[in-house]
Design a protein around this ligand. Structure first.
Ligand code: HEM
Length: 470
């Protein structure tokens, strides 16, 4: 039952022995059930800390928080019901997500629904579609190459923050892909800084929703929030206007959006709509891949046998030349490491929806405008779905083995599945390969990793690493 959510901070543990590596995960609290309001406040600072051992099970359960019904769906068949079979009733994002991001993204795809979502989904999905990913390969190769060149000028044993390094890398890749190569270093840095500061300034829980406002309440636009949004919108508007005036990079995603609008004027994409979609792709495609790569370094560093397999595969496949996008389909170990990383540390650990009409999931009747939670963090670690669920075992994704349908959903599933899935997977595998070919990345033995979640799942305080040339 969800009402068994815990009420005191969770302890994190890590198990390392010769052949087993259980990466950092919650050591569950199984005392008396938590008080709903306290859980809400706890979830606000860290969403991972509220679960108990009994929540890692295939079931549907519910709780009331200040009169609002909250339903946790943690069974593959019922998840399918929510995200596919009755998708129309469950397509809306939760009010907290919509309210938190609307100032930044407007009606951008990530938080839109209804007719706007349907129209824009086709457009954005086409722009980041798997067929287009090879065209962005050179940007990924070049940007990852620049990072290894920069690292190679540092003395062996240099200590870095992996989260910071990976965020810089993926921000650069997505910025060059979305806005084109002419963005310039200062503007690219300003875009990344503004997104980061926006995310740190907004609240992930909308109290108004729990107090009875079905649409939640608008977030308070503080002067610092206004400043980051103004700066960001200003830069993106300039890029869009440059492209509209024919001065943009012809291979950028903004250019593709504009061409689609010119061919299909009924889309009615004005400068603001173009900005909203460009900002959405940037935001959705940046932190998620950075978090994936950061967690992959942590896992590899604690699992030397897997690390050896990755290095051997890279030596076999690429020899001395740098890996390219054409190598990605051949890198079975690198792919399995990324897939297993996404299982243990899904960058989007919670998918939150608001149902339009009354409905029933399993044996739970759901009132309109309730909060429906699908939590990949719990699902991916449910023992009946994954053997030794807390262990790092990339082999479970190799030799044609696949998880039960709807039990593994790091990119969500159904019509709202991540449209950047192929872009993100390819980028993560390629960046891992380019870096692992040249460096051994180590997380200090004594470092205790603590996963935490606000919008995305990341190690609290970043991840210290030392880099050694191979
Ligand atoms: C490893 C990397 C990535 C992960 C794990 C990931 C995961 C997700 C998830 C779980 C969602 C659904 C969220 C929800 O329903 O609440 C989503 C949506 C989305 N993602 Fe990704 N993503 C990744 C990379 C990317 C990239 C690289 C792009 C763009 C190039 C992208 C663009 C989007 C967009 C536009 C949406 C909104 C789709 C919609 O609502 O219809 N993502 N992503």
């Amino acid at each position: 039952m969800l009402s068994s959510w815990l009420q005191q901070p969770v302890k994190i543990r890590e198990v390392i022995s010769d052949d087993i590596f259980e990466p950092a995960h919650a050591e569950y609290y199984d005392g008396p059930p938590g008080k709903p309001l306290r859980l809400l406040l706890q979830a606000r600072s860290d969403f991972l800390s509220i679960w108990r051992a009994s929540d890692y099970a295939e079931k549907v359960s519910q709780i009331r928080i200040l009169g609002r019904q909250v339903v946790l769906v943690n069974s593959p068949e019922l998840i399918r019901q929510v995200v596919v079979k009755r998708q129309e009733n469950f397509e809306r994002k939760s009010p907290q997500m919509r309210r938190a991001l609307e100032y930044l993204l407007g009606d951008g795809l990530f938080i839109s629904d209804g007719e706007t979502w349907r129209q824009r989904r086709a457009l954005v999905a086409d722009i980041v579609h798997m067929n287009r990913v090879p065209a962005f390969g050179p940007i990924m190769e070049k940007t990852a190459g620049e990072l290894v060149e920069r690292w190679s000028r540092m003395p062996a044993g240099t200590t870095l923050n992996a989260l910071h390094e990976m965020a810089g890398l993926t921000a650069e890749i997505i910025a060059r892909s979305v806005f084109g190569n002419q963005l310039g270093e200062d503007s690219a840095n300003a875009v990344t800084d503004s997104f980061t500061s926006y995310q740190s300034l907004i609240d992930s829980i909308n109290l108004g929703y729990f107090l009875g406002f079905d649409e939640g309440l608008p977030v308070w636009r503080t002067p610092s929030l206004r400043r980051s949004v103004k700066r960001l919108h200003g830069i993106i508007d300039t890029v869009v206007e440059d492209h509209l005036a024919g001065r943009g990079d012809h291979n950028s995603m903004v250019e593709l959006l504009i061409r689609r609008q010119q061919r299909n004027p009924e889309l009615k994409l004005d400068v603001v709509a173009l900005r909203n979609e460009a900002a959405t792709i940037f935001m959705a495609g940046h932190e998620t891949t950075a978090a994936t790569l950061t967690w992959a370094w942590y896992l590899l560093s604690r699992a030397p046998q897997v690390e050896r397999q990755v290095h051997a595969e890279l030596d076999r496949t690429c020899g001395d030349r740098a890996p390219t996008i054409d190598d990605v389909p051949k890198l079975e170990w690198c792919k399995a490491v990324i897939e297993e990383t996404l299982r243990l540390y899904p960058p989007v650990p919670i998918l939150a929806r608001q149902n339009r009409k009354a409905d029933t999931i399993g044996d739970v009747d759901i009132a309109p405008a309730s909060l429906i939670l699908i939590v990949p963090w719990l699902l991916h670690r449910t023992p009946s779905l994954f053997e030794a669920p807390h262990e790092f075992r990339p082999q479970r994704f190799m030799a044609g083995r696949r998880p039960t349908p709807y039990s593994y959903i790091p990119f969500a599933s159904g019509p709202r599945v991540c449209p950047g899935l192929h872009f993100g997977l390819t980028e993560a595998i390629l960046c891992l390969a380019v870096i692992a070919q040249r460096f051994r990345v180590k997380v200090p033995e004594a470092h205790k990793v603590e996963p935490m979640c606000r919008l995305t799942l990341r190690p609290r305080g970043g991840l210290p690493i030392t880099i050694e040339p191979r």
